[in-house]
Design a protein around this ligand. Structure first.
Ligand code: FAD
Length: 195
């Protein structure tokens, strides 16, 4: 069993980056896998205990080229194709005639429920030696420390320190909001992601 505080203390002394990722959804987990691949340690802090606890309705995500490319870079696109389904057509329904017309997409989409995607990425994370996944308590605040580290307080009252914090806590992130001076940067990134 990893003692997270000891791990952090050890790495602080060694002056190695230690990234805390707030949010273990698709973005947070994938980020941790990508960091692992370049030799950077991270801890993913996810508020919920189970992948779909945050929302009782499980909906299907269809990953386009950007999403598939990210999985490819994480080395797990082939495995994801085995758990998801390939969406090769868009179906146009003509309300008057009742005809259903299939249109072949330029590139296929990868469809899978959010629950399934999170479960899949958690399994990949299990095999990443530099990633620690802590579930069941969210991040409540982040504060800068004098030594240029960040003090991250969790909802269970524990405090972790990190060299970097990534706010992967969803579209309406409160963690990213807690750094108002970086607002223009993450709004720009959000716009790029959704265009
Ligand atoms: C109906 C519907 C359909 C969608 N279809 C698509 C689609 O087809 N393709 C697509 O790309 N996207 C789709 N989306 C958007 C989709 O939800 C996002 O692309 C994807 O879930 C984003 O992942 P994320 O990790 O950024 O955020 P989220 O999935 O929102 O995950 C954020 C995680 O952070 C956790 N969290 C929140 N606050 C904290 C905290 N303080 N501390 C710790 N953890 C915290 C949450 O519990 C959650 O697990 C759809 C959304 C909806 C609602």
């Amino acid at each position: 069993m990893i003692n997270i505080q000891q791990q952090y203390h050890h790495q602080q002394q060694q002056d190695r980056p230690l990234v805390l990722i707030a949010g273990g959804g698709p973005a947070g987990l994938l980020q941790a896998i990508l960091l692992d691949k370049i030799g950077v340690d991270s801890i993913v802090v996810e508020r919920t205990k189970e992948p779909d606890e945050w929302n009782s309705k499980s909906y299907t995500l269809v990953l386009g080229d950007k999403g598939k490319d990210a999985l490819q870079r994480a080395g797990c696109l082939d495995a994801a194709l085995e758990v998801g389904t390939q969406r090769r057509f868009i179906y146009l329904y003509d309300g008057r005639s009742g005809d259903l017309k299939p249109i072949l997409k330029q590139s296929y989409g990868l469809g899978l429920t959010r629950h399934r995607l999170v479960e899949f990425l958690e399994n990949v994370v299990m095999h990443c030696p530099r990633v620690t996944l802590k579930k069941g308590s969210g991040v409540s605040s982040v504060a800068k420390e004098e030594n240029s580290f960040l003090a991250v307080t969790l909802e269970d009252g524990s405090v972790l320190t990190a060299s970097h914090v990534i706010g992967a806590d969803g579209k309406w992130s409160r963690i990213r909001e807690s750094f108002p001076e970086l607002r223009s940067q993450w709004l720009h990134a959000l716009r790029l992601a959704y265009t």
